[in-house]
Design a protein around this ligand. Structure first.
Ligand SMILES: NC(=O)c1ccc[n+]([C@@H]2O[C@H](COP(=O)([O-])OP(=O)(O)OC[C@H]3O[C@@H](n4cnc5c(N)ncnc54)[C@H](O)[C@@H]3O)[C@@H](O)[C@H]2O)c1
Ligand SMILES: O=C(O)[C@H](O)COP(=O)(O)O
Length: 585
């Protein structure tokens, strides 16, 4: 008989009843708790390593001993940390494995006063039993306002003209700008910041279009913004503003190839992450005149090197990652992070937790392969989306012969959400924050239990994930009712993809998957296999699902490495292949 997850015990509000928030056993938990309540006269100690708004400091001081020490070297941080229960940073402090090692188990919470947590080693934090929380909402407006500030300053050469007048010059004709009214602005990424930028740009009289395959169409419509394809966005825009997270899919999204497809004289604003643009390619595009101007708040390496050619370029307006830096945002972020850190030190559930809490080992042991399956099905399904009204209606079906009370699916539901949202967002999802994040993004997850006959052996027979109201990059992934549909099972402990749309397949969910639809005929597996073999791409699995002999079939190919663009093109060029898609797991 399976043990129900009993997740409520993970989330009760007192420290003494929430050992599972931290991946340690109860004895160790109590030992640390004793340290926590006795150190510094009964209060925990919090190290604030970067400047934090006063309201946040005041709040922390009510509950803890607060040590504000800025500009610490790595050695100084590692020395101090062994005396601290929590650490608060912004993006300028690297919290690496060495910090967790040096804390010798005392550090329980790291608070990131802002959104991006790329400066915190999450794997090490989780390994050392340290909860990481962030403050994802309080600087949204500040980042949007900075985007608009850069847009207007760039269009009217404000920074260049200011530098020139300060150098004693009076150059009125050199700094004639361009107008914004009536121009087309393409907002790439229509999340929290992107939608606020779009709203403001509409107020400036701009025609605003946006590309975000995962954003709800009604949210865009409500502010008079048109959701378009990536191609339309980049090829018709006079201005492009970036508001995407840095992910594998968005890394160097603007590159030589995409710049070549833009309108000559396009102007670009980036307050997202430097890595979304290939900086060398941007330099070439500026020099050749494809890009007339750029305004950049973020860089691949921060701070950029002293003689960085982009920063020095006369058509570039640059700021040192100031998007979140307003008095109001910093006060808001400070309070948001202070509340999260104090709450987490008390053992309360933190809605903005970004690393995984521990699930009791006996439960995890049984559900482990299904947890992986759930996440990978979510990840596959979202990668099949290309447009439509955004990812807002997701249905998860669990088919099991166990009685519903004997199977708690909350962990699986959280993992489906993780798979759906992480590839398209800067938010990290775990059991603690999954429902919160899904709700914030307007994604409605409905769950259905299908009770099967037979003796309850395995906890689950199969899991199906469906996304409604969307278009797919791979039409064969659509069910009869037009939803994207993927289904998987655990076979001998290995999560496998067993159905795509109406087609049965059988491929283990490891590495990556190529799906091809073709007219069923002999020799197809060999042809695709040899193209992959020529490039040394190891094929782990291949399977073909067909409707009837000689009719259409879907071939699923598991590959260990990512094939090059050229190799994928060769596969697509095989005449009998009608459509294909590469999906990263
Ligand atoms: N410069 C600063 O100081 C500053 C301040 C705040 C946020 N940021 C950065 O701005 C970015 C956006 O932040 P946010 O809070 O709006 O995040 P968010 O998660 O609310 O929004 C990101 C949006 O990008 C979309 N997206 C993901 N992949 C996409 C793709 N391939 N094509 C098109 N759209 C895609 C998502 O669907 C989502 O709607 C992040 O990179 C964040 O780190 C920078
Ligand atoms: O991720 C963020 O919140 C922004 O990039 C701001 O970073 P900062 O806190 O270092 O200003």
């Amino acid at each position: 008989m399976a043990t129900p997850l009993g997740l409520s015990s993970l989330f009760s509000s007192r420290l003494s009843t929430t050992p599972s928030l931290f991946p340690i056993n109860r004895k160790e938990f109590n030992r640390r708790r004793i340290i926590l309540v006795t150190a510094g006269g009964g209060k925990p100690t919090i190290l604030v390593a970067e400047k934090l708004g006063q309201a946040g400091i005041d709040l922390l001081k009510k509950h803890a001993n607060v040590d504000c020490s800025y500009d610490l070297s790595v050695e100084e941080l590692c020395t101090k940390i062994s005396l601290c229960d929590a650490l608060i940073v912004r993006s300028g402090t690297k919290v690496g494995r060495d910090v967790f090692e040096s804390s010798r188990g005392r550090l329980k919470v790291v608070g990131r006063a802002g959104v991006g947590i790329d400066n915190v080693d999450l794997a090490a934090a989780t390994e050392y039993g340290c909860l990481v929380v962030n403050a994802p909402t309080a600087n949204t407006v500040a980042a949007a306002e900075h985007g608009i500030a850069l847009l207007t300053a760039m269009a009217r050469n404000v920074a260049q003209a200011d530098a020139s007048i300060k150098a004693g010059k009076w150059m009125r004709s050199k700094y004639v700008g361009v107008s914004l009214v009536g121009k087309t602005l393409a907002v790439l990424g229509f999340g929290k910041v992107g939608s606020e930028v779009a709203r403001r740009a509409r107020g400036l009289g701009m025609h605003v279009i946006t590309h975000d395959p995962y954003a709800p169409a009604d949210r865009a419509r409500a502010i008079g913004v048109e959701l378009v394809s990536f191609e339309v966005a980049i090829s018709t825009a006079d201005f492009i503003s970036l508001h995407l997270p840095l992910t594998a899919a968005t890394s160097k999204m603007l590159n030589d190839e995409t710049f070549a497809r833009m309108k000559r004289g396009v102007r670009i604003v980036n307050v997202a992450r430097g890595g979304v643009i290939d900086e060398e390619a941007l330099l070439r595009a500026l020099d050749s005149g494809i890009v007339a101007q750029a305004a950049l708040d973020v860089f691949t390496v921060e701070p950029p090197v002293k003689d960085n050619k982009l920063v020095l370029h006369e058509s570039v307006t640059a700021t040192p990652h100031l998007g979140a830096s307003t008095m109001e945002a910093q006060e808001g972020v400070a309070v948001e992070i202070a509340e999260a850190v104090v709450g987490a030190l008390r053992g309360e559930l933190a809605a903005t937790a970004v690393n995984a809490p521990m699930v009791p080992p006996e439960v995890l042991r049984e559900l482990k392969p299904y947890v992986v399956l759930a996440e990978k099905l979510g990840r596959l399904a979202v990668q099949l989306v290309t447009g439509g009204s955004g990812v807002d209606a997701v249905k998860v079906t669990y088919a099991s012969s166990r009685c519903p009370d004997d199977l708690d699916t909350r962990l699986l539901r959280a993992m489906v959400i993780k798979g759906l949202i992480e590839p398209i967002s800067s938010v990290f999802i775990n059991l603690v924050n999954s429902d919160y994040v899904a709700k914030q993004r307007g994604v409605k997850i409905s769950e259905e239990r299908m009770v099967l006959d037979g003796s309850p052996g395995d906890p689950i027979e199969y899991i199906t994930v469906r996304i409604a109201n969307v278009e797919s990059r791979f039409a064969s992934a659509l069910s009869e009712s037009g939803e994207i549909k993927v289904e998987g099972r655990v076979k001998q402990g290995v999560p496998c993809l067993t159905k795509v749309g109406l087609f049965g397949v059988d491929v283990s969910l490891e590495g990556s998957v190529i799906l091809c639809r073709q007219v069923d005929q002999p020799g197809m597996i060999g042809r695709v296999g040899s193209i992959l073999g020529d490039e040394n791409v190891n094929v782990s699995f291949m399977s073909v699902g067909r409707i009837a002999p000689g009719k259409q079939a879907v071939m699923a190919i598991g590959v260990d490495e990512q094939p090059s663009k050229e190799t994928l093109k060769k596969i697509g060029d095989i005449s009998s292949i009608e459509e294909f898609v590469f999906l990263k797991l």
